[in-house]
Design a protein. Structure first.
Length: 154
């Protein structure tokens, strides 16, 4: 599914969702990131432990050559968090793996794509996460990974 939502004049924002079996969700994330390499991407996870895991695993897979993987979460000390944010902000492409600590109050320029690997419990957080892209009259895309059981709730 692809939705176009006009947020403000001259801004285009596209939201998509992907239904994935729990057992295939990790590989689908990796495939999706490989397909979108060369973009500036933020990937949201539910926990700091997930961020730390993916920050180690993604470089080890050696599939995202040239795409720095930068962790960012609330259990990091302020100094390393500020350095991570400054590094990611300065990049033209790369991947920030993060928790909801990066959902609000940050101005990160030129983010092309938001990936919500773990959807948030709060719909407002969903919107704030997606709002990290399509800023300042730019286009942006967002995708959320959903388990099939979510469709059963309709």
């Amino acid at each position: 599914m692809r939705l176009s939502i006009e947020c403000k004049p001259h801004t285009c924002f596209f939201m998509q969702y992907m239904i994935c079996e729990g057992s295939k969700k990790s590989s689908q994330l990796v495939d999706f990131l490989v397909q979108n390499s060369g973009k500036k991407i933020m990937v949201y996870f539910a926990t700091c432990a997930c961020v730390d895991y993916w920050a180690v695993i993604l470089p080890l897979l050696n599939l995202l050559k040239g795409s720095p993987i930068i962790p960012y979460h609330g259990k990091m000390k302020q100094g390393p968090r500020e350095k991570a944010l400054a590094t990611f902000s300065a990049l033209s492409s790369g991947i920030l793996v993060c928790t909801d600590v990066a959902a609000r109050g940050l101005d990160i320029p030129h983010v092309d794509l938001i990936v919500q690997y773990d959807p948030p419990q709060d719909p407002n957080v969903f919107i704030h996460r997606a709002g990290r892209t399509a800023r300042y009259d730019q286009e942006g895309d967002a995708i959320v990974f959903l388990l099939p059981k979510v469709l059963a709730l309709r």
